[in-house]
Design a protein around this ligand. Structure first.
Ligand code: FPP
Length: 224
């Protein structure tokens, strides 16, 4: 969800958090539109492990104000729309109140399966893989056969959400041309759509356009 800071600046705002506030609103629109289009999984890159290096005020705003506020406000919406909510990442480092709300919304939506909305929070693709490797090593020290029988499908069981399918489409807003440590294992054959639109200006129509563009791609998975 890139471009929040630039959006705030473009509005003449002194404060980047105005962009995040607007960005959270857009997120909800996109969940609605995705559901209408029959998209089953959405994962929003909300806060990376690298984002801790931002000014404390901005970090606190995202993690201790905006996020818990929206989780509380949108819980009924998610239950009504049957949205399965999950957080991906090292959640234990988040403020206690935010962790409690994450757990509450995850529990309240655990039965749903039509659409999954995931927030990558304190997330790093490299850490996700590294944690998986450490868990495998710990298991293998008791049962060496774990290594011999390890394959790509089994490796997935050690990721934050083993049930998360590889994404079909990665949408990158604000014209950035990087993967930025996002879902590194899962993105192996993901189609990439890049738009110059800043995340707070991203609309249901833009999302529809990205999905339409995806529909025209010829996916060969290394074949011919
Ligand atoms: C990247 O844009 C954006 C973030 C690091 C924060 C994204 C968070 C939200 C949109 C809020 C999510 C809220 C809820 C309730 C889930 P940037 O700040 O790097 O923008 P810039 O590149 O223009 O500086």
């Amino acid at each position: 969800m890139d471009g929040n800071g630039r959006w705030a600046e473009k509005q003449g705002s002194e404060d980047r958090i105005d962009g995040h506030e607007r960005g959270a609103k857009v997120l909800c629109d996109i969940v609605e539109e995705a559901k209408a289009l029959g998209v089953e999984y959405l994962t929003f890159y909300t806060f990376s492990t690298e984002n801790w290096s931002r000014p404390e005020k901005e970090v606190d705003f995202i993690l201790a104000d905006l996020l818990p506020r929206y989780l509380e406000q949108k819980m009924d919406f998610m239950v009504k729309e049957q949205v399965r909510f999950k957080a991906l990442g090292d959640i234990q480092a988040l403020p206690d109140h935010t962790q409690e709300l994450i757990k509450r919304v995850e529990d309240a939506t655990v039965e749903f399966s039509e659409i999954h909305a995931n927030l990558a929070l304190n997330y790093s693709g490299r850490s996700e893989i590294l944690n998986a490797v450490k868990d495998i090593a710990a298991k293998a020290s008791e049962d060496p056969s774990v290594i011999d029988s390890l394959d790509e499908d089994k490796f997935r069981n050690y990721l934050y959400d083993p049930e998360l399918p590889d994404p079909d489409l990665l949408i990158r807003t604000s014209g950035e041309l990087r993967v930025s440590n996002f879902l590194l294992w899962q993105l192996a054959y993901t189609e990439i759509y890049i738009t110059d639109v800043l995340w707070p200006d991203f609309t249901k129509e833009e999302f529809r356009q990205a999905v339409g563009e995806f529909g025209k791609r010829d996916r060969r998975y290394g074949g011919v």
